[in-house]
Design a protein around this ligand. Structure first.
Ligand code: AMP
Length: 402
């Protein structure tokens, strides 16, 4: 079964076409960027074939999807003979609110609920809806599924998701912690347990998804019980350009000083903060590491703040779980950056972590145990694959209607 996985942003479409055999294979992947701008870019990477790059205006998502579908069946760059070979489409949806605790097939009711969540995810959900309606037009007989970033965290108990503000804001406006990166946290926890031969239903796990966006999740018996992102993905640990947890008083003070509108405050906290804001160098940890090597103190400070935040969340989630059996690192930084992993794990001996620095230094983009054999708490780095989760969920849902 071939599944087209789509992640539609406001001005971009990321895609993968997967052949879901026993060992799924990526047939092609790519990216449409700068939709709606004077000049757009389309990059298509077919497996085993030459890469295709087209620069042309891409006025809207329909044009972007059209480029993708044409490339997939192109004589030179294509990977399938006809669009009939696409059996289903799986969409990554950022926000499912309290409506969705698992992935679903898309129908009118699902679309209405995704639309209802647009109010609390204005940057993401409208773009996802555009992607869905576009595919309905271009591939009308192909089933589509929605896989939500938030759904894994719908098991959080009220004490973990209610904010300390008047309850009516939760009731009237849905203001609460939702959490994000759910597909990744679930996937790496389950994969680690599979590798270890553990029953996840007996384990206490802390997963650290550390990428441009970063979040930490406490997983008890396979269920998310707390997570560091909140109503929006700006909360929790500091990130590439997001500020993470911040005293609201400090933000209001800055807004007063600078006469910021709420949109400007969103830009400050989402685009100009995090390790980029502290270092003034970059949001990318590779560039931060390079700056540190050249003696840049603020780049060093940014990395220290990041690792300190991650460590604090691990400590607090160990308290939430009453102990921890496994700590998992994933995401671009968690999978590749041994310096960050070492800085986070240094000083977790009290929890029972006996970290193996030598193994850690060699572990890059692989699934590997980073703790010593007799460590009470196991530490692992696990590669995540959100597209595979979306494709797998979509395949299961499509099979269920047959
Ligand atoms: P992500 O958002 O998961 O793609 O992660 C992006 C972050 O991961 C950036 O800060 C990168 O510096 C870091 N990263 C990605 N790949 C590597 C790599 N091969 N080596 C070191 N850091 C990496």
């Amino acid at each position: 079964m071939n599944i087209l996985v789509l992640n539609c942003g406001s001005s971009s479409i990321k895609y993968q076409l997967l052949d879901m055999k026993a060992q799924p294979v990526i047939l092609a992947k790519g990216l449409v960027e700068k939709i709606g701008l004077p000049m757009g870019i389309f990059t298509h990477k077919p497996e085993g074939k030459e890469k295709l790059i087209i620069e042309q205006p891409i006025p809207d998502h329909v044009d972007g999807m059209d480029l993708i579908l044409k490339a997939l069946i192109d004589k030179k760059y294509g990977v399938i003979d006809s669009l009939n070979e696409i059996n289903a489409v799986g969409h990554r949806i950022a926000h499912g609110g309290e409506y969705f605790s698992h992935s679903v097939l898309i129908d009118e009711d699902v679309k209405a609920k995704i639309k209802a969540c647009s109010e609390i995810a204005p940057l993401h959900n409208p773009a996802h809806l555009k992607g869905i309606t576009t595919m309905e037009r271009l591939l009308p007989s192909v089933p589509q599924a929605a896989v939500f970033d938030t759904s894994f965290h719908q098991t959080l108990p009220p004490k973990a998701f209610i904010y300390g503000i008047p309850y009516e804001y939760y009731e009237k406006y849905g203001v609460r912690k939702y959490g994000f990166h759910g597909t990744s946290h679930k996937f790496v926890a389950e994969k680690a347990c599979q590798i270890l031969g553990w029953n996840i239903a007996e384990k206490k796990i802390i997963t650290c998804h550390l990428g441009n966006g970063a979040s930490i999740t406490a997983i008890d018996k396979g269920k998310s019980v707390d997570t560091s992102m909140g109503f929006t993905p700006v909360a929790g640990v500091i990130m590439g350009t997001r500020c993470g947890d911040l005293d609201i008083g400090a933000l209001l003070y800055i807004c007063d000083k600078k006469q910021f509108t709420s949109l400007e405050a969103v830009r400050l906290t989402n685009k100009e903060s995090g390790v980029y804001g502290i270092s003034g160098v970059s949001s990318d940890f590779r560039e931060l590491d390079a700056a540190v090597a050249e003696g840049n103190q603020r780049a060093q400070l940014a990395i220290e703040v990041f690792c300190y935040d991650v460590k604090k969340y691990i400590g607090s989630y160990a308290a939430v779980l009453n102990g921890v059996d496994l700590i998992v690192f994933t995401g671009g930084i968690g999978e590749n950056n041994s310096i960050v992993r070492e800085m986070v794990c240094n000083g977790l001996e009290y929890l029972g972590v006996d970290f193996d620095s030598n193994i850690n230094q060699q572990a890059r983009g692989v699934d590997r145990t980073l703790s010593k054999a007799d460590s009470k708490v196991r530490v692992m780095t696990i590669t995540t694959d959100e597209e595979l989760v979306i494709a797998t969920d979509t395949m299961e849902l499509v099979k269920s209607i047959k």
